[in-house]
Write a protein that binds this ligand. Structure first.
Ligand SMILES: CC(C)(COP(=O)(O)OP(=O)(O)OC[C@H]1O[C@@H](n2cnc3c(N)ncnc32)[C@H](O)[C@@H]1OP(=O)(O)O)[C@@H](O)C(=O)NCCC(=O)NCCS
Length: 186
């Protein structure tokens, strides 16, 4: 009997927290939901330097592994799969529609269906003062250096040096914010 009650309680708690997260991160931009969102963001994420601005709706998997600056912005319709760990730095903005992934299916053995080969996970790190424009896709293991600009709809992987302006699929370096500032051609 006690075991049944305990099982019921844990299902209730996990369902309630799912409902709470759903209401918080998928809710309309209303004041009350905004207050709940700030509360959850404060207590579920690994924030540093304050509470980041997170619009709604967003989808965040494994929020406890999302490390995000209090001076960062995550716009609506962003998807972050933080299972492998995601870090987002100061003054960085993730524009709407962008997806950040830290997991991929393993498919190395051709004799076994990919569905049964599990996942490999790699963290994603996005530095300070980075603008990730609309509808980008950030692949597992990507490290974006400080001050980069990732143009809209780019598919990004690997190590991106600081100040790079990246565009395309696969994303290529189309310029540098440093040379732009100096007025040189890229
Ligand atoms: C980041 C951005 C501002 C770069 O602009 P820029 O430095 O002025 O670059 P340019 O427009 O001069 O383009 C340079 C080259 O990269 C290409 N390019 C620029 N953005 C691209 C993109 N998103 N995808 C593919 N190629 C792109 C251009 O076609 C051009 O190619 P070319 O040299 O062969 O002609 C712009 O590309 C962008 O993505 N803006 C985002 C818009 C957006 O999402 N707004 C919402 C606000 S959050």
């Amino acid at each position: 009997m006690m075991r049944m009650l305990r099982a019921f309680r844990s299902v209730l708690i996990s369902d309630l927290s799912m409902v709470l997260e759903y209401l918080t991160f998928r809710s309309p931009e209303l004041w009350l939901f905004g207050v709940c969102r700030r509360f959850l963001v404060k207590h579920r994420f690994n924030n540093f330097g304050g509470i980041p601005k997170i619009e709604s709706p967003v989808r965040i998997y494994a929020p406890e592994r999302l490390k995000v600056s209090g001076f960062a912005i995550i716009a609506k319709d962003v998807l972050i799969d933080a299972e492998g760990g995601v870090t987002i730095g100061h003054n960085t903005g993730i524009a709407s529609g962008t997806k950040i992934r830290t997991q991929a299916h393993v498919f190395s053995c051709p004799d076994v269906p990919w569905l049964h080969q599990g996942h490999r996970i790699k963290p994603v790190v996005i530095g300070n003062d980075v603008w990730v424009a609309n509808n980008c896709f950030i692949l597992p293991g990507t490290v974006i250096g400080d001050h980069c600009v990732i143009s809209s709809c780019s598919v990004v992987s690997g190590l991106i040096p600081p100040y790079s302006i990246m565009a395309g699929n696969p994303a290529r370096r189309i310029g540098s914010r440093q040379t732009n500032r100096e007025g040189e051609n890229n």
